[in-house]
Ligand binder design. Structure first.
Ligand SMILES: [Fe+2]
Length: 386
């Protein structure tokens, strides 16, 4: 079966790429963007840097700086109202995955009307919305190149997956210099999120030769550099590798999908407000152990791509090394279990059937090499609790 690949039309990648913003806008014929960001980026100088570039190019622009981590339908609605206040022709999203995901939701809802939940997977998004230029400041979610957004429904707490070409940014600026000040925890969590994207894209039932190369490349970059990026925040080589790894992992999973880890991670994030990368990290070793017997050779390739197994080593041995490496990474980066994170056992147990139901409903577990039943998902949630 042919693979359908979705990517942004333009990517500007490298140190100082932010300076290319006016040139990218000009190439796309865009003249009046609404910048979408969060209060931190608005206060730390990065938003000012971007808007000065826009002003310098003679462009009129507005700011919506009210995005929150784990974007909600409420914030999207406020953003859409802001869009209606002027003749904006584009969105410039600056920040981690949340501002970029918020801009995607705003673009979809502004063009199509209705409610965000009308467009959740597997529903289609009928109309393309305003073009988005995505500028990530974490290395990270890969949202700058993906055709996905994840929006929490304020009414139900459900983290909804919304997918389609309408969610893919038109252009992205991938400038690792914007990540040099990321704190350790954010570097670790977003880095493991990227690694999870690459591994899940590679073992996904929807993997294809185009995404395989990107996924393996990303795994190599991230596995080699994540500890250095955490320990030495100003290490430019490590930051550049992590940024490239995050973007290529994004390209891989956008076109091959994520799988069981992400499916189970979203409900933990939604109900217990665990950052996305951290809830992935809590799950990754155990879910890999559960899934590997169904795709031993593919997981062995992951171990080799990460440099934790030799090329000539058999698959069984390579997978054992992969599991050791993932557990060691969690230990080194101080990833807590749900229990150590302070999640109440009673509340966790009470929510297990709902979390398992939402995990399956997201569609991601169906891409996993081993597709679990609802009971097996509940059992896996119990095993990772700690
Ligand atoms: Fe993710």
């Amino acid at each position: 079966m042919a693979a359908l690949i979705t990517t942004p039309r333009l990517l500007s990648i490298g140190g100082g790429a932010l300076g290319e913003l006016p040139a990218l806008m000009a190439r796309l014929g865009l003249k009046q963007p609404l910048t979408v960001t969060d209060p931190f980026i608005a206060g730390c100088g990065i938003l000012d840097e971007a808007t000065s570039l826009l002003t310098g190019a003679g462009l009129a622009w507005g700011v919506f700086q009210d995005t929150v981590s784990d974007p909600t339908t409420e914030v999207i609605a406020a953003g859409v109202e802001r869009l209606k206040e002027a003749a904006y022709d584009s969105l410039v999203a600056i920040g981690g995955g949340s501002p970029i995901d918020t801009a995607k939701g705003m673009s979809v809802l502004h063009a199509n009307g209705g409610a965000m939940r009308d467009y959740k997977v597997p529903n289609d998004i009928p109309k393309m919305g305003l073009p988005i230029i995505a500028i990530p400041t974490t290395a990270g979610t890969g949202s700058e190149v993906t055709r996905f957004t994840v929006i929490t429904d304020t009414e139900t707490d459900e983290k909804m997956l919304i997918a389609g070409v309408a969610c893919c940014p038109t252009a992205a600026i991938v400038d690792f210099e914007l990540t040099l000040t990321m704190p350790l925890r954010l570097t670790a969590d977003t880095g493991i999120d990227s690694l999870t994207h690459a591994i899940e894209a590679y073992v996904s039932k929807r993997a294809n030769p185009y995404t395989d190369g990107m996924a393996k490349n990303a795994m190599g970059l991230i596995a080699k550099h994540i500890r250095t990026a955490c320990a030495e925040p100003q290490n430019r080589a490590a930051r550049e590798a992590m940024m490239l790894g995050a973007t290529t992992a994004g390209m891989a999973f956008s076109n091959a999908s994520v799988a069981l880890v992400h499916g189970m991670s979203r409900p933990i994030g939604a109900f217990f407000h665990v950052p996305h990368g951290l809830s992935n990290a809590m799950l990754l070793p155990e879910i890999t152990a559960f899934s590997a017997p169904a795709a031993l050779d593919r997981y062995a390739d992951c171990a080799r791509a990460m440099g934790v197994a030799e090329e000539g080593e058999g698959s069984q041995a390579a997978v054992a090394r992969l599991l050791d490496a993932l557990r060691a990474l969690n230990d080194d980066l101080k990833v807590p279990s749900p229990k150590d994170y302070g999640i109440s056992k009673a509340r966790y147990d009470e929510l297990l059937p709902t979390m398992a139901f939402q995990a399956i409903a997201s569609g991601s577990p169906a891409n996993n090499p081993r597709v679990p039943s609802q009971d097996e998902i509940i059992d896996l949630y119990r095993r990772v609790y700690g």
